[in-house]
Write a protein that binds this ligand. Structure first.
Ligand SMILES: Cc1cc2nc3c(=O)[nH]c(=O)nc-3n(C[C@H](O)[C@H](O)[C@H](O)COP(=O)(O)OP(=O)(O)OC[C@H]3O[C@@H](n4cnc5c(N)ncnc54)[C@H](O)[C@@H]3O)c2cc1C
Length: 645
């Protein structure tokens, strides 16, 4: 990690002065509704979409997937939510006089699915308004698009792939089918790792000098025997032996104890404690494994149970004779994978943004012409998303600050929703509303909810994380080092890898090392030693106060140090950076280390999602699982409550 104290010559060597694409600019002009309304470039081609002032999304050239710089929770998307939390009030709202059958708050997969299910059950003429605070739809399922030397290159800005600890159930699987996806067939035809395998590229691990005493890249994790792989790593002989033992030896660390009892004990200790107190590993070994859980859970091994790590097939348990299935007394299987093998897995070039785009195509066909086969390369016409002539409207850059049942009784027939656009409040009315937004925000939108429900919603703290997309001039350094992914437990981003090689529809991935390439990097800000949610809170605060410049400097430094033996020069080789910052990332999941053991009906996500008059609650938060199938299932449940509750 670089010292942010500005070392000028180091900055120049890293290329901090190079003119790369790093800012939230579109066609050279900062994107905002003000800009949209002012110049000919942004003149809305078909006039405003409603009686409201011209909106950025109606402007010619509006295409947020192409933006670089700080994305995810981008500047302008969240400040008013924090102001609401802090007690700010706004002047009286303008009544738009718009009336809908359904208003959906949140244009992520859950909200888009809710709109889909409502139309499927109430009829395709149903009038629906979807409001989202971001400049693009999809929620976490965002698309990063780059034009590199005239070639379309895609990456997921958030939600990576179809993948869940349990098989998709009939609702979620049925929706994917309706959208035209044959997931098992596509999963077979897009096995992306084969491409790098065939070139002889492997996984590596990077030991950084700040954590391990010296910088060292080792290549061949999972293919080269550990003793050999780690021979030159900056580790003591004892630490090297311990890692080899944890990875390969079949040791029962709890002989004579039943499988259920072992699982019970493992559910109450962290993986770090398991390595330290049960496997008696060297302290450097704990550092080496510390980040192994960050991709899946957003926190390190100090805050994830050993049992969850066993369920995800992390090393150390091979000799422990643990049986599949739920622990009898606790009645749950920690991560699901151990029991079910998980769902099918499928990665589109832009991750699950493809699912969000398919949903929008299904809801507003004119916004995305073509069929589902062309969806990956289709260009969205944002100006078609919010037209008064179409039954479904998707309004971006619109943060909801209030949702209330109209009338004395919560069961009365209408809901009024207030949202802000360009700082101005507007109201719309509906026969019902689905709040598919971050559940933790709902007490501020609906202050009249029962206290116990608000208390439960306040507990739904999400996990912050960052997915960074970096464009490179070429990937010759990776090819030379025979490397396609790196685990870097002490570095700023704890993983990075070459973009997945997926050819689907007309989309073609880069195949020559001489061509430009995208690299996907993952950072999970957290603070070891605290409870999981306190780590999440600390990480969120850190994320919101970290400048793009700090990210850029650390990215350049990390890639430069890791890849320099392959001839990589960060000043010369980096051409664009997009930091997808998600301060409110993964939905909270039950963590046996910190959460009380409660029956399902008493868990915060269940108490928090209770219907309130004509307002129902969706989002993956309401399902207690940070997965797309959970987002879809909750969208469905919330709609069924409105229609039949
Ligand atoms: C980096 C990352 C990677 C992930 N990878 C995977 C993966 O590989 N597989 C998987 O299954 N899941 C993954 N997930 C989990 C992911 O959250 C879900 O799969 C799913 O996309 C969640 O959809 P959602 O609609 O429930 O929530 P979101 O995607 O969060 O959508 C909610 C939307 O509501 C908006 N909103 C919030 N408050 C307001 C308001 N007041 N007014 C208006 N709009 C509001 C939010 O900004 C957001 O746009 C990942 C999540 C993250 C953050």
């Amino acid at each position: 990690m670089t010292d942010p104290a500005n070392d000028k010559s180091r900055d120049i060597a890293l290329g901090m002065d190079r003119p790369i694409t790093r800012r939230d600019f579109l066609n050279g002009i900062a994107i905002s509704a003000t800009a949209a309304a002012s110049g000919p470039l942004f003149a809305a081609p078909q006039g405003p979409s409603s009686g409201l002032p011209a909106a950025a999304q109606d402007a010619y050239g509006y295409y947020p997937p192409l933006l670089n710089g700080m994305r995810g929770s981008h500047p302008g998307s969240f400040e008013n939510a924090h102001a609401l939390r802090d007690g700010h009030t706004w002047p009286a709202a303008t009544d738009t006089s718009e009336e809908y059958d359904l208003i959906v708050v949140g244009g992520g997969i859950s909200g888009l699915s809710a709109a889909h299910f409502y139309r499927a059950h109430a009829g395709s003429a149903s009038r629906i308004l979807i409001l989202d605070n971001h400049d693009d739809f999809g929620g976490h399922a965002k698309r990063n698009e780059f034009n590199l030397d005239g070639h379309l290159n895609l990456l997921n800005g958030g939600t990576l792939e179809i993948d869940s600890p349990r098989p998709y159930g009939p609702v979620a699987a049925g929706l994917l089918k309706t959208l035209g996806l044959d997931v098992p067939a596509l999963a077979k035809s897009t096995q992306h790792l084969k491409f790098y395998d065939a070139r002889g590229l492997q996984s590596g691990a990077f030991f950084d000098r700040e954590t391990f005493g010296a910088d060292k890249l080792v290549v061949g994790v999972g293919t080269v025997p550990f003793e050999q792989l780690l021979a030159d790593a900056p580790l003591s002989e004892r630490a090297r032996k311990d890692i080899a033992q944890i990875e390969t030896a079949k040791i029962d660390y709890m002989p004579g104890v039943s499988s259920d009892e072992k699982k019970q004990r493992l559910s109450r200790m962290s993986y770090e404690a398991f390595l330290r107190d049960v496997a008696h590993a060297d302290p450097a070994v704990l550092k080496f494994y510390s980040a192994r859980t960050k991709g899946e859970w957003g926190v390190g091994t100090d805050a994830v149970s050993a049992l969850d790590c066993w369920a995800l097939e992390m090393p150390g348990f091979q000799g422990m004779k643990l049986k599949k299935g739920a622990i009898a007394r606790m009645g749950f299987t920690p991560a699901g994978y151990a029991d079910t093998g998980g769902s099918y897995r499928l990665h589109f070039p832009d991750g699950n943004a493809t699912i969000a785009r398919l949903l929008v195509q299904n809801l507003i066909p004119r916004a995305i012409p073509g069929g589902s086969a062309d969806i990956v390369t289709a260009r969205v016409n944002y100006a078609q998303l919010d037209r008064s002539q179409t039954p479904v409207r998707l309004r971006l850059n619109s943060i909801v600050t209030r949702a209330r049942n109209i009338g004395d009784s919560p069961s009365s027939g209408q809901v009024e929703v207030t949202y802000l656009r360009e700082g101005q409040p507007y109201t719309v009315r509906g026969r019902g509303a689905v709040l598919a937004c971050y559940n933790v925000m709902i007490p501020y939108l609906c202050p009249e909810l029962p206290p116990a429900q608000k208390e439960a919603l306040h507990k739904l703290v999400k996990t912050p994380l960052v997915y960074t997309s970096v464009a490179l001039r070429n990937w010759q350094a990776f090819d030379k080092l025979k490397l396609h992914r790196v685990y870097a437990p002490g570095s700023y981003h704890t993983y990075f890898h070459l973009n997945a090689h997926v050819n689907v529809g007309a989309y073609r991935s880069t195949s020559s090392p001489h061509d430009p390439m995208l690299v996907h990097m993952v950072r999970t800000p957290c603070q070891p030693g605290l409870s999981e949610h306190d780590q999440n809170r600390a990480g969120r605060a850190e994320l919101l106060t970290t400048s793009f410049e700090t990210f850029e400097r650390n990215i350049r430094d990390q890639l430069g140090r890791t890849l320099n033996a392959g001839g990589f020069d960060p000043a010369r080789d980096i051409t664009a950076i997009t930091v997808n910052r998600w301060p409110h990332g993964y939905a909270p999941e039950y963590n046996p280390l910190f959460d009380p053991e409660l029956p399902e009906k008493d868990r915060p996500h269940v108490v928090g999602r209770a219907q309130f008059g004509r307002i129902t609650i969706a989002n993956s938060d309401a399902g207690g699982g940070a997965y797309t199938d959970s987002a879809i299932n909750q969208g469905h449940r919330a709609v069924m409550e409105l229609l039949h509750g």
